[in-house]
Design a protein around this ligand. Structure first.
Ligand SMILES: [Zn+2]
Length: 343
């Protein structure tokens, strides 16, 4: 009996042991695989671990002014591209996925971001709109339709509008926060905090730069408030619905020619509506977007005997920005000057 028992026990031990050995070797080879892929990832990642990605020009400006030469700030958008239209290529996403941080405007300005988030597991996404008091987008009602006009045309227009919406999705909130210096200060703080997180060793340096920059924006905010006091509640015809935060913060009113995504060229009805509005409010300036065509603004201005002037949305890097003749801050100053001269 004892012998049999011993034999059984032995068989059992051998069985268990060999099973374990098999398992162990499986685990080991699995570990090896993981290690290999980690090494591969690392060597692949190495190139970009020092790069801080940002989604568009205003954030690029903020990040560069704070980080200066300590961090390589990379704007994911290529030259000349505009934020409402541009979408990243597969290569752009690949590059981005190798970076450890990506600062965005948020509020779905980067409409493509949701679709690629699953590819950005190692990239921390910083939303610079954090703690901003958001403006909800009111769904635009149909243009002032005359009740007696042709219903077939009406129908076509609706389908047309619908197509546009499908191609250029917008979020629940107005994303144009950077156009108001007051909101820009909140973004600036968020960008600063992200940079410290990105590279905490140089915190003192970044803090100093941030404080200086924030002071400039604080002064500009005051200047906007002082200057626009005399324009309180006045209407301004702007190229697209990008000035909502500016209008709210400094108590003026925007009358946009195009919608929130700048993708809805006005039809005849809209032009008539704008013309009547401008005439009844004695508007003397129609704004166009600097760096874009002034055709629509010009024809409207002609209609109402007004002048045209440029406003900047900083949504793409214009030639003057590329050449260093203008920057985000100087363009905010110019916007104020242009608005203050209109009435
Ligand atoms: Zn816009």
């Amino acid at each position: 009996m004892k012998k049999l028992y011993k034999a059984l026990l032995l068989a059992l031990i051998i069985g268990v042991a060999s099973g374990c050995a098999r398992q162990n070797s499986e685990i080991n080879s699995q570990k090896e695989k993981e290690q290999v892929s980690k090494v591969e990832e690392k060597s692949d990642n190495k190139l970009d671990s020092k790069k801080l990605y940002v989604s568009f020009y205003p954030i690029e400006y903020m990040a560069k002014e704070i980080a200066k030469d300590k961090i390589e700030v990379v704007n994911i958008m290529p030259k000349g591209a505009s934020i409402h239209e541009w979408e990243p290529s597969a290569q752009d996403i690949k590059n981005l996925s190798k970076s450890k941080m990506f600062i965005v405007n948020g509020l779905e300005l980067e409409g493509w971001l949701d679709d690629v988030k699953t590819n950005l597991n190692n990239t921390e996404i910083i939303d610079s709109s954090n703690s901003i008091e958001k403006i909800k987008i009111e769904e635009e009602e149909d243009h002032d339709h005359d009740h007696d006009h042709d219903h077939d045309n009406d129908h076509e227009e609706h389908e047309h509008d619908h197509d546009h919406e499908e191609h250029h999705h917008h979020g629940e909130y107005d994303p144009h926060i950077w156009i108001s210096p007051r909101e820009a200060r909140i973004q600036l703080k968020n960008v600063y905090e992200a940079i410290v997180k990105f590279d905490s060793e140089n915190k003192d340096y970044y803090e100093e730069n941030y404080k200086q920059l924030d002071k400039k924006f604080e002064d500009l905010d005051k200047k906007y408030e002082e200057t626009l006091k005399s324009q309180k509640d006045k209407y301004f015809i702007v190229p697209h619905e990008a000035f909502g935060y500016l209008a709210r913060d400094y108590e003026i009113k925007q009358v946009p020619i195009e919608g929130i995504n700048s993708d809805s060229e006005p039809d005849l009805n809209k032009m008539k509506e704008l013309t009547n509005f401008a005439k009844s409010h004695k508007i003397n300036t129609v704004f166009y977007e600097l760096g874009e065509s002034d055709k629509i603004a010009s024809s409207l201005a002609k209609e109402i005997n007004a002048k045209t002037a440029g406003l900047s949305t900083m949504e793409s890097k214009t030639k003057d920005i590329e050449d260093g003749k203008d920057n985000y801050f100087s363009l905010l100053e110019k916007n104020l000057e242009a608005i203050s001269q209109a009435n």
